[in-house]
Design a protein around this ligand. Structure first.
Ligand SMILES: [Zn+2]
Length: 179
């Protein structure tokens, strides 16, 4: 399962790319606030650690639909925002599905409420998060995990931020005279 950094990058990438002009352009501080929101939404499912039900319903298409529905209620006239929030949350489910799991039950309840089984990808793209912080090997493992996440998700997050930046520049450019 990816680290919080990987999930934040996934949330930023999906939110910025799906949200596009409506939600991520504007002044730089507004764009940063949107990126922070998408990063937080990307990390949100792991709050289930607090209730001791990790990788259950919070890591599912049902949760994606629920969070998207909440965005609809909060901002009823902003469909692009609904999609961006839903996409940012969905990246968490996708990235965990693609991660190596070392704790049973392996995988996540990705298809809940349609299916209560735990699912995991046959392709393990991301390393597990080591939590034995007193071991040197653990820190080496974390460094390897973060390196892979930065290599895979960093360019996507950067692309989303650059696209938002280019839209911001276009929208702030004064209109040109036409003949
Ligand atoms: Zn998770």
């Amino acid at each position: 399962m990816p680290t919080p950094l990987g999930h934040a990058l996934g949330g930023i990438a999906a939110g910025a790319l799906v949200g596009r002009a409506e939600e991520t352009s504007g002044d730089r501080s507004r764009s940063l606030r949107w990126s922070a929101l998408f990063a937080a939404v990307g990390m949100l499912p792991d709050l289930d650690f607090l209730v001791g039900a990790h990788r259950g319903a919070s890591h599912s298409v049902g949760a994606v639909l629920l969070i998207t529905g909440m965005a609809v209620l909060v901002a009823p006239r902003r469909p692009r925002l609904w999609a961006a929030i839903g996409a940012a949350y969905a990246t968490h489910v996708l990235l965990d599905w693609l991660g190596t799991d070392t704790v049973a039950p392996f995988g996540l309840m990705a298809l809940w409420p349609f299916d209560g089984a735990f699912h995991i990808s046959p392709v393990e793209l991301f390393y597990p998060v080591c939590r034995q912080y007193w071991l040197v090997e653990c820190w080496l493992s974390l460094a390897r995990a973060v390196t892979v996440e930065l290599a895979v998700l960093g360019p996507l997050a950067l692309l989303g931020l650059l696209r938002a930046g280019s839209r911001r520049r276009r929208s702030s450019r004064p209109p040109t005279a036409t003949s």
